[in-house]
Design a protein around this ligand. Sequence first.
Ligand SMILES: [Zn+2]
Length: 473
Amino acid sequence: MRQKIFVTWLSLLLLCPVFGQKKEIHILAANDMHAQIEVFPQLAALIDSLRAEDPSLLVFSAGDNRTGNPINDKYRIPAYPMVALMNLTGFNGSTLGNHEFDVHSLSRLVGLSNFRYICANIFPSDSVNIKTVPYQIFDVEGLKVGVVGAVQLSPQGIPSTHPDNVKGIAFKPAEEVIGQYEWLSSECDVTILLSHLGYPKDIEMAHQFPWFDLIIGGHTHTQLKGDEVENGILITQNKNKFGRVTYITLTVDSDKVTDKKAEYIDVKKYGKRSGLVDAMVAHFNDNPEFRRVVAIADRPFETREELGCMMCDAYISECHADLAVENPGGVRIDSHPAGDITVLDILEMDPFDNNAVVLELTGEELVTMMRTYCHDRYISFPFVGGFKCELILDRNEPGIIKDVKLTTLDGRKFNMKKKYRVATNNYIPATSKIPEGSAHMLNIQTTDILTRFLENNKTVNYQGVRRLTVLSR
Ligand SMILES: [Zn+2]
């Protein structure tokens, strides 16, 4: 009898989770994948091998899954290839990045995803029909993992995308809404912020909301090392386009996270590939129109400014304008080798479906537009065509523009009172200060303008072209 009681107790002990028993939760996190579908065969193999070790592995994306590869972004259903690949590799959740709004297919993509988009500071109206959740609780072998998501907002109060793309959607700053979800920290064993706010903001969040255990970050493409702990909260982030992914291990002991570890893995160097995913990527890549050669680059493009100057010259020539400007964020490649320029190259350089606009502006109004566009930050100051710019930076405040002086291309005085036809894309005037009624939409895509310009010129050479000079005072 005594032996029977002992056996029953022993089996109960074996069946019930023992108090004080340590458990590990494993998470694989990607951020700012920017449509790099080519990496998925290796990512899929990595996830498969990690799931063979721990079937409860959670896979998250901190946003900006799209924008950066026309094969994805210009697909019949724009950006569907990334969704298909994230479905196939078994992502458990994604927050929304600002680039998720770049086209109007978001509502459809959300419907096609096998995972939820977790974002607490977005409030879509019924007409836009974007089904997101502010938080989600995952069950990991009896442990509850609560995840809250958040998207970055620009000074205009919307994510950094064309304002037309977010019509019918309201947003609130993350810091105003995240506090509502503090109850998750008592309800769950682990609480995570899946953030597309950028690293500096993640540090602020760690101080404002100390009840998170982990912040999985994105947006600023900051390559962290793994030991970034702020106010007791581990923060992770990788550079963009699959620079790396993060493998996170959280040790939970009696409802508390007692240890946190982040390890960065270079997926592009991972030795195995998934054959199934390889076949899927090859299917998406099979588009002959993208391989058509439009012009030849005599010399390589070595900087973004060289590419931006070509874009500006294309605006002037094809829109019959006097001057042109192009935002540096509108040029999405940093260089291009000498040789063929294909349709795919143009779409990679300018992936936003922007339209061309001509503005009637005086020199003074042009300067106001450029300065309000970049909020006086040198890093976002537009590239220019038809004139040159001298930027005087504030010696005491790094990167802040104190003054802007224009000259003609051959260095003569610029008439600031005269009205000019200034060509650009529709993003700049939508996000800067311009006189009312000065903008005229042309209903031509900026990629078509660049294609025509290149077809007409046949060869181009922008090596060493610089139109912005920087001085510090
Ligand atoms: Zn972003």
